[in-house]
Design a protein around this ligand. Structure first.
Ligand code: FNR
Length: 193
């Protein structure tokens, strides 16, 4: 069976540059033979984390839906903006809620991080901070992250990256990550036999 890859655009706004980068990644993973589950933060409505609300009402439906999508995938890709050189609160809040489920679905999950920003740094500092909660939860965050700088001018009309060398690097990153997930999935299968 093909590998199931959750590709998650982590911003709420409809015109999100990270949603565009996630769409491109989804297309590249599909072309590489994966079964892509494409999601955006807009689908997962949840309140701010509150321990009292968790005790009284349990885990919110939006967090459960995101949990289910993560749990069902062989690996996940997150395309996230950088806010003030860090993780956007909306994404951190979603990670905090999802981390309350048992089994906790980030454990041993392969994760590839992408970012898009109009800035010259492309949101890469935010991705370094996103590694912290994900690795804390046991995700295996791929070392090579992809950040698209000047992303407001970064996309061609066909949805590919305007810069061919950037496009080539993204395609190669997608292929390399997918082959790692494939090898890892096979290894886990052998271990469980
Ligand atoms: C930003 N932005 C931003 N960009 C960046 O490269 N480094 C940063 O530290 C910040 N900080 C920041 C804080 C806040 C509160 C906002 C709203 C924005 C700009 C950000 O990269 C830009 O708005 C992107 O377009 C946001 O991503 P989406 O929504 O296009 O995916």
């Amino acid at each position: 069976a093909p590998l199931r890859i959750l590709v998650f655009g982590a911003a709420l706004r409809a015109g999100s540059l990270n949603a565009r980068l996630a769409s491109l990644a989804a297309r590249l993973f599909t072309e590489a033979g994966a079964d892509v589950d494409h999601a955006t933060m807009r689908e997962f409505d949840m309140p701010l984390y509150d321990g009292d609300a968790e005790e009284a009402e349990g885990l919110p439906a939006g967090a459960r839906a995101l949990h289910d999508r993560i749990a069902r995938s062989d690996a996940m890709v997150i395309s996230s903006p950088e806010y003030n050189a860090s993780v956007p609160g909306v994404l951190k809040n979603a990670i905090d809620w999802v981390s309350r489920f048992r089994p906790q679905p980030f454990k041993d999950k392969q994760a590839l991080l992408l970012s898009a920003s109009p800035s010259l740094v492309g949101g890469n500092r935010g991705l370094w901070t996103l590694r912290i909660p994900l690795e804390h939860l046991g995700a295996r965050v791929y070392p090579d992250m992809f950040s698209l700088a000047r992303s407001h001018q970064g996309f061609a009309d066909d949805g590919l990256l305007a810069d061919p060398s950037g496009q080539q690097r993204l395609t190669e990153t997608v292929r390399a990550f997918l082959s790692l997930v494939e090898a890892d999935t096979r290894y886990v299968c052998l271990q469980r036999r």
